[in-house]
Design a protein around this ligand. Structure first.
Ligand code: ZN
Length: 75
């Protein structure tokens, strides 16, 4: 699986994913498991009211999170 599209609950800890925007990219992430996944681009209007400073903070927050699921993992 590449860095795209999971939504819903984290497959590791079952908690709902949280979401943030980096510009018009929407990311799902789990703080506990430190994973992230790109959900899509410009799907929700929320990013339009955010600022460069927010996106930089968001990018910093998930920068070290692992992208996606281990290969072979089936949700
Ligand atoms: Zn998790």
């Amino acid at each position: 699986m590449n860095c795209y599209s999971f939504v819903g609950n984290c497959p590791f800890c079952s908690r709902p994913f949280e979401y943030l925007n980096i510009q018009n990219d929407h990311w799902a992430y789990c703080d506990k498991c430190r994973i992230k996944e790109l959900v899509g681009k410009d799907l929700f209007p929320s990013w339009r009211v955010e600022t460069e400073a927010i996106w930089q903070a968001n990018a910093e927050k998930i920068r070290d999170y692992r992208c996606g699921l281990p290969s072979g993992f089936v949700v």
